[in-house]
Design a protein around this ligand. Structure first.
Ligand code: GTP
Ligand code: MG
Length: 245
């Protein structure tokens, strides 16, 4: 039986980790590209069906972080925060895990609906790299699925994990970075204020961290949301600075 509901999946990851290869495997010809509104960043969107259910998948630009250093990072960040995909797939290069985990940890601060996709497992095997998948999954607090997108290996398990997550059958507990005492104290001070202004709809701890970093681009993004997230109105403008806290 089919229904009209469509789940949204975002693909995030460092450049060159095989996101587009995976996107092509999942969507085949059911895809189109354009630009993100107002940006020169490529927007690739595709569709697939799994067990009679419809999925839309967005191939986000490859980035090393999700701050506000570039249009690519802003596009990826805004999609994860504002579009609230049902699942964000973080595609990691299994041969460069340490470097790739940086982005994964950032995504885990933004959303708890995350599946880590360990790609290029064929290359990792060739290089004699052995990864304890269960241990990594336990440490990160989210499912980790090993795949080789180019060889179409691990795709069934990945699809099944996606389906189980969108149906609420997987409880995640994303690991959260603990910062120094000074920063944690500042976060604790900011959290109630952030919640007062934006409510519960967005990841308050992550927003507090971005504010502490002086990320005004995020404030602009919050203000330009159509449903006007900033409950208090214009006086919570972009001139407020968390640095003084
Ligand atoms: N050996 C191997 N190579 C792969 C695999 N998946 C992707 N690749 C190769 O890795 C390279 C990068 O793949 P892309 O899919 O373009 O990577 P991407 O993450 O979309 O890159 P950006 O769009 O630049 O962020 C290509 O040469 C792919 O053929 C895999 O599972 N194994
Ligand atoms: Mg790509």
């Amino acid at each position: 039986m089919t229904n009209n509901h469509e789940y949204t999946i975002a693909l995030a990851g460092n450049p060159n980790t095989g996101k587009s290869t995976l996107f092509n495997v999942l969507t085949g010809l059911r895809q189109h590209t354009g630009n993100w509104p107002g940006k020169t960043v490529v927007h690739a969107e595709g569709f697939f069906t799994y067990k009679d259910e419809q999925y839309r998948i967005i191939d986000l630009p490859g980035t090393y972080s999700l701050y506000s250093n570039s249009a690519d990072e802003e596009v990826a960040r805004d999609f994860i925060i504002f579009a609230k995909p049902d699942v964000t797939l973080v595609v990691l290069d299994a041969t460069a895990l340490e470097r790739n985990l940086n982005l994964a940890l950032q995504v885990l601060e933004m959303t708890d609906r995350v599946i880590v996709c360990l790609n290029l497992m064929d290359e990792a095997k060739k290089k004699g790299i052995i990864i304890d998948i269960a241990k990594l999954s336990k440490k990160l607090g989210v499912p980790v699925v090993p795949i080789s997108a180019r060889n179409k290996e691990g795709i069934d398990e990945l699809l099944e994990t996606i389906a189980r997550m969108v149906h609420g059958e997987i409880q995640t507990k994303p690991t959260k970075i603990s910062y120094s005492r000074t920063i944690e104290e500042k976060i604790a001070k900011l959290l109630p204020l952030v919640k007062e202004v934006i409510g519960d709809e967005y990841p308050a701890r992550w927003i507090a961290l971005r504010l502490l970093d002086g990320d005004t681009s995020l404030l602009h993004a919050l203000q330009s949301q159509p449903h006007h997230l900033l409950k208090g109105g214009a006086h919570y403008g972009c001139h407020c600075s968390a640095k003084s806290i």
